[in-house]
Design a protein around this ligand. Structure first.
Ligand code: NAD
Length: 253
């Protein structure tokens, strides 16, 4: 249902062609925003646009690799050229990084994971904020993870997600007085293709992953979308620099 505060506003979702990104792009559109869907998997990105248009919303697809600063800058320029401004950005593109034991110290995995999950967020913040400063307003949400707040996992993914939380705090403070809010969501395990790939390798993992969450279940992508829209909304007007856990209680212990 369209709401007054999202109607006609412009939202960017990186990694919008799948999982959490797609669910959030659909939620922005349902709330009345026009959505720029970024991805490098063109099929998924275009399908998200099709789903939004099918539901009566407005969206464009932009192929931009968040590892490449020039592509990120061009993405923001395309959004401004098309829609005139950028009100909300969800910096969500990411990979799971190493999952196997033998990848713990794998330098290539570390470099890939940092390039997308951390440096990609840095490039997005840099160019989104440049535009939001010109407008004098904007709200940004980064996708961190419970792995951005606690140690279990691999250094590549946990390190990159801690970097996202750190940047959220620093950049949130730096622009707080200029009308730009920057927050993060820290999802627990969410039912997306990323997690389905891990679970497919070993069905026993499903029970193990569920049991990590006090609610004894994994989350839905729409539950992250709800948190992102809240953080972008005026109801979160006094919240910035904050990593919000959406994790079935996992970080509470
Ligand atoms: P997903 O694999 O379903 O979707 C990720 C999307 O990002 C894909 O469409 C992919 O093509 C895109 N992408 C990858 N590299 C990119 C790049 N360089 N430039 C642009 N797009 C790129 O995964 P998901 O589960 O929806 O994950 C989304 C985010 O949520 C990630 O940052 C992930 O680390 C984070 N996260 C996921 C979970 C979970 O349990 N699913 C938990 C915590 C955090």
């Amino acid at each position: 249902m369209a709401t007054e505060e999202f109607a006609g506003k412009i939202a960017l979702v990186t990694g919008g062609g799948s999982g959490i990104g797609r669910a959030t792009a659909l939620a922005f559109a349902e709330a009345g925003a026009k959505v720029a869907v970024d991805d490098i998997a063109d099929g998924g990105g275009r399908e998200t646009v099709r789903l939004i248009e099918q539901a009566g919303g407005k969206a464009i697809y932009i192929h931009a690799d968040v590892r490449d600063e020039n592509e990120v800058q061009a993405m923001v320029e395309t959004i401004v050229a098309t829609f005139g401004r950028l009100d909300f950005a969800f910096n969500n593109a990411g990979i799971s990084g190493g999952a196997r034991l033998d990848e713990f110290w794998d330098s290539a995995t570390f470099n890939d994971t940092f390039a997308i999950n951390a440096r990609g967020v840095f490039y997005c913040l840099k160019h989104e904020i440049a535009q939001m400063l010109r407008q004098g307003s904007g709200a940004i949400v980064n996708t961190a993870s419970v792995s951005g707040m606690a140690g279990p996992g691999h250094p590549s993914y946990v390190g990159a997600k801690h970097a996202v939380v750190g940047m959220t705090r620093t950049v949130g403070m730096a622009y707080a007085a200029q009308g730009i809010r920057v927050n993060a969501v820290c999802p627990g395990a969410i039912d997306t293709p990323m997690v389905q790939r891990v679970m497919r390798n070993n069905p026993a993992n499903i029970k193990l992953i569920e049991a990590m969450h006090p609610m004894q279940r994994i989350g839905q992508a729409s539950e992250i979308a709800d948190a992102v829209l809240f953080l972008c909304s005026d109801r979160a007007g006094f919240i910035t620099g904050h990593p919000l856990a959406v994790d079935g209680g996992r970080l509470a212990g």
